[in-house]
Ligand binder design. Structure first.
Ligand code: BEZ
Ligand code: FE
Length: 312
C-alpha cells in the first residue's frame, strides 16, 4: 500500500530496473537544456520535459497511440491558416487557455471589490475593427435582436477611466462571426472609447449560443470524447487603458440554457453572467432609435481594470 496520498501511476508499477532506465532518460533530456542562455527558456523546457515524460510513463503510452497523437497534431497544423487557428481551439478545449489566463490574472481586490474577471480570447478577434461613436451600432447588419449595452470603466479605487479603448466582437444570430463568411463583410465588431466620465454605450445584437468550429481535428476529438462544441452565449470585450492591465473578457447571458450544460472552452465565470433585460416591441429606446415592431434587449456592464503589472 502506498504511504503517501499520491496516486499510484503507471510508472510506479514498473520494476526497479525499468524505472531506472526511464528516469535516466528523463534526466538526460532535461540536462540537455542546461546550456540554454535564456534562463526562462531553460526552466520551461526542463519542466516541459519532466511533465511530458511523466505523462508518457503514467499512461504507458503505446507506440500506436504516439503515432495517432503525431497524426492528430499534423492535422491540426494542416487545417491552420490565416483564417483558421486550430491550435488555439485545441488549447481552448483542453482548458489550457483558461489555465494560462488564471495564472496571469490573479484575483485583484480593491476597496470597492475586485477587478473584472478575464476569460478566453478565442480566434475571432480582428485588428482595426470600425470605430463606433458613443451610442453607435456595431452590428453592421449582423442578424439578431438589437441590444443596448452601457456601462462605466473604472479602476480599482472606483475612479472613472476616460479614453479606455473598448473592442467588442460577437457572432450573429446564426452563430457565425463575420470572418466565417466568404464575402468579406465586417459585422458584429467595432471599437469605441469611454467618455470623460468613463461611460460607454453602444448597440449590438443579443448574443446567442453557437458551436466553436468543429469540422476539423478538434471537432473529431470532442466527438470522440462525447463533448459538445457549444459555447454559452457571450459578447467579447478587450479593454485597454494607460497604466491599467488589459482586460480580455466576455459577458454571458443570464438564463441561457447553455450555461447549465457547460461551455466548450471552460470560459464561464459567474461574475461575468449579466442580466440582458428583454424590452417588448414599442418600448422607447435610450437614444430614441426607432426599432418599429422589433423587441430589443439592454444590459449594463461596469468594467473594473486592475493596475498594470510593474516589473520587479
Ligand atoms: C469564441 O468565443 O469566439 C471562441 C473561443 C474559443 C474557441 C472558439 C471560439
Ligand atoms: Fe465568441
Amino acid at each position: 500500500m502506498s504511504t503517501t496520498d499520491e496516486p499510484t501511476t503507471g510508472a510506479d508499477q514498473q520494476g526497479i530496473e525499468q524505472q531506472r532506465i526511464e528516469q535516466r532518460l528523463v534526466d538526460e533530456v532535461a540536462a540537455s537544456f542546461a546550456g540554454a542562455q535564456d534562463v526562462r527558456l531553460r526552466t520551461v523546457l526542463e519542466s516541459l520535459t519532466r511533465h511530458l515524460h511523466a505523462f508518457i510513463r503514467d499512461v504507458r503510452l503505446t507506440e500506436d497511440e504516439w503515432k495517432q497523437a503525431i497524426d492528430f497534431l499534423t492535422a491540426v497544423g494542416h487545417i491552420t491558416d490565416d483564417r483558421r487557428q486550430e491550435f488555439i481551439l485545441l488549447s481552448d478545449v483542453l482548458g489550457a487557455s483558461m489555465q494560462t489566463i488564471a495564472v496571469n490574472n490573479p484575483v485583484q481586490d480593491g476597496p470597492r471589490g475586485g477587478a473584472t474577471e478575464a476569460t478566453v480570447f478565442g480566434p475571432f478577434f480582428v485588428e482595426d475593427a470600425p470605430l463606433i461613436e458613443p451610442g453607435g451600432d456595431l452590428a453592421g447588419g449582423a442578424a439578431g435582436q438589437p441590444c443596448w449595452v452601457e456601462g462605466t470603466v473604472r479602476d480599482l479605487d472606483g475612479t472613472p477611466v476616460p479614453g479606455a479603448r473598448i473592442e467588442v466582437w460577437e457572432a450573429d444570430d446564426d452563430g457565425r462571426y463575420d470572418v466565417q463568411y466568404d464575402d468579406g463583410r465586417v459585422a458584429g465588431r467595432g471599437h469605441l472609447f469611454s467618455g470623460e466620465d468613463g461611460t460607454f454605450r453602444f448597440w449590438c445584437v443579443t448574443p446567442t449560443p453557437y458551436p466553436i468550429p468543429h469540422d476539423g481535428p478538434v471537432g473529431r476529438l470532442l466527438e470522440a470524447a462525447g463533448r459538445s462544441p457549444m459555447r454559452a452565449a457571450h459578447l467579447h470585450f478587450m479593454v485597454t487603458a494607460e497604466n491599467l492591465r488589459t482586460l480580455v473578457t466576455h459577458i454571458f447571458v443570464e438564463g441561457d440554457e447553455q450555461l447549465a450544460v457547460g461551455d466548450a472552452v471552460f470560459g464561464v465565470k459567474d461574475s461575468l453572467v449579466q442580466r440582458f433585460v428583454q424590452q417588448p416591441a414599442g418600448t422607447p429606446t435610450p437614444d430614441g432609435r426607432d426599432l418599429g415592431e422589433r423587441s430589443w434587449a439592454r444590459v449594463q456592464f461596469d468594467i473594473v481594470l486592475a493596475p498594470a503589472a510593474t516589473d520587479g
